[in-house]
Design a protein. Sequence first.
Length: 96
Amino acid sequence: KLDLALQYVHPGASQNDTVFAFALYVFSSVCLCLISTLMVNFGEPAAAGSGVPEVKGYLNGTNYLRFLRPWTGVVKAVSIVFSVSSGLVIGKEGPL
């Protein structure tokens, strides 16, 4: 994503090239974040969140059927890849 934007920024570049590179960078970040959001909201809502409260509830005897489905894990893993690629801070680096 950054390499794509840096193709338009070079020594002697005009102001329009720099603005276009920045707009391209922001647009690609927003698109990746939107894909991740749509996957979780419409694909598998149980993939939202960290999973720690769900595990605690499951270990305490709460029957949470959708939490342990393979599709939930796939959506969670792929959406995390898209979220990190978009520039969001996820996991140990941040609270998201």
